[in-house]
Design a protein around this ligand. Structure first.
Ligand code: BES
Ligand code: MN
Length: 465
């Protein structure tokens, strides 16, 4: 999709003109008040958010209701709604509005989540013009949304088409196209480095594991290396602790954290953000094959710590343990990991907020501020020492499952064992990464949650203490 900003509209060049109206207001962009005034009088324009009123054309004019408070999210929703509903318009112009948010909403809404259907794709909006506004803002919105779509299409891909080696190839191609450094560890190097936790997870699958490392250097004289670590389980059957069949097909999205981290780095690179940022994605398929690891097995992680496997379904934390240890070896000074880690976070926070945990309150606070600026809702959960007691093991240094209680927190406590004293934030995105209900700019399916926050945090990182 093309996005551009113009000073003036040449109405012969568009199919649809969109004008926003805040809920309850009798006002819209001054350039359209002459058209709107009689419609306000007749009551046709008292629109609830995302309700529309169309004046026939050509070009048609669509008035669309905005939230009372016209923030970025209001424009994202409006632009997304227009793109998802206007199948007959190829060229759409928005009169005024937040250029960055309009670009984001329109581009995110334009991704088809049905690429495997052999019926021809429905036609859609191809060109968006924003009349008045900053070109740079629109460009940033487009870059961010295209990166988000890159992650979403990967998350949406069926697992037979994205074993670890294929995701690693996609990562390398992406890195090349935007100028990132890339290193992909194969099984032999993973073994040399002693990543026994990652190997334990992948050994039940015919597909070998990979570890993707991407680097972006945007700040020549900073000695801080912000590092994003994203879980990359390409399919989660649960392993020998097999999941129930009902809903298991969803477990193709268990690599959403990894895809999201890579998408954020892509965006930072294209925006030339002033930060040094690294991304690690440990990739494995969790299958119950003949060589699969068993409950009761003990593995030795790269850090040297031993782990008792209580439940082979709790494996995201295993692959992350080795990735976090490797990140420290590569010089990470600040760690953020993100993962579709637990069903428990879905129970605690539902499909509304991302769970946030960590080991350093001022680092967590600065991360939450970035989430606030990005407009993504997150919520911190406690990390009292006593939660660590729940993952004691009788035979190893730590157990990979703490049972029924506080599942999101005990998973984070497990990860904490592997970050040392590096400031660290953990995001559990299991409740939000897959949209179960359609939203204005998002169909059911992968949401791309956290890309915006990771980008915002990366941009501001060197301005924070
Ligand atoms: N991938 C799941 C978590 C998940 C569940 C993500 C539902 C998205 C939707 C994770 O690997 C898992 O299986 N976690 C277990 C851990 C338990 C065995 C300690 C869980 O949460 O049930
Ligand atoms: Mn699992």
């Amino acid at each position: 999709m093309q996005v551009e900003v113009r000073e003036r509209l040449d109405s012969s060049s568009v199919d649809l003109i969109v004008v926003g109206i805040p809920e309850g207001a009798e006002q819209c962009d001054a350039r359209y008040m002459n058209v709107a005034a009689p419609l306000f009088k007749s009551g046709d324009l008292s629109l609830k958010p995302l309700e529309t009123f169309i004046v026939p054309g050509p070009p048609k004019t669509m008035f669309i209701g905005l939230n009372k408070i016209v923030d970025a999210e209001a424009w994202r929703r409006a632009a997304g709604t227009v793109v998802r509903r206007s199948r007959n318009a190829k060229k759409v112009a928005f009169i005024g509005g937040d250029a960055r948010a309009i670009a984001e909403g329109a581009v995110i809404a334009s991704l088809s989540v049905e690429p495997y259907k052999t019926t021809p794709p429905k036609p859609g909006v191809e060109h968006v013009t924003i009349v008045g506004g900053e070109s740079k803002a629109a460009e940033q919105g487009r870059v961010l949304a295209e990166s988000t779509n890159w992650a979403r299409q990967l998350i949406n891909t069926p697992s037979n088409d994205k074993p670890p080696r294929i995701i690693a190839d996609r990562a390398r191609e992406m890195a090349e196209s935007v100028g990132l450094e890339a290193d992909v560890l194969d099984e032999a190097r993973i073994r040399e480095l002693g990543m026994g936790a990652l190997l334990g997870v992948s050994q039940g699958s015919e597909e070998p594991p990979r570890m993707v490392v991407l680097k972006y250097k945007g700040h020549a004289d900073s000695d801080r290396l912000l590092t994003y670590v994203g879980k990359g389980i390409t399919f989660d059957t649960g392993g020998i602790s097999l999941k129930p069949a009902d809903g298991m097909e969803k477990m193709k999205y268990d690599m959403a954290g990894g895809a999201t981290a890579m998408a954020a780095l892509r965006t930072l690179a294209l925006m030339h953000a002033p930060v040094n940022c690294m991304v690690l994605v440990p990739l494995a398929e969790n299958m119950p094959g003949g060589r699969a690891q068993r409950p009761g097995d003990v593995v030795r992680s790269m850090s040297g710590k031993t782990i008792e496997i209580i439940n082979t379904d709790a494996k995201g934390r295993l692959v992350l343990a080795d990735a976090l240890a490797y990140a420290r070896q590569l010089g990470a000074t600040h760690l953020v990991d993100l993962a579709t880690l637990t069903g428990a976070v879905r129970v605690a926070l539902g499909p509304v907020r991302v769970g946030v945990m960590g080991n350093n309150q001022s680092f967590i606070d600065s991360f939450l501020r970035a989430a606030g600026r990005a407009g993504e809702r997150m919520w911190q959960l406690p990390m009292d020492d006593e939660y660590r007691d729940l993952i004691k093991s009788a035979v190893a240094d730590v157990a990979n499952s703490g049972g029924r209680f506080a599942g999101a927190i005990t998973a984070a406590k497990f990860l904490q064992e592997f970050v040392g004293d590096v400031p660290w934030v953990h995001l559990d995105i299991a409740g939000i990464a897959w949209n179960e209900e359609e939203k204005p700019y998002l169909p059911k399916g992968p949401s791309g949650v956290a890309v915006r926050t990771l980008v915002e945090f990366g941009i501001g990182f060197n301005g924070e203490p």
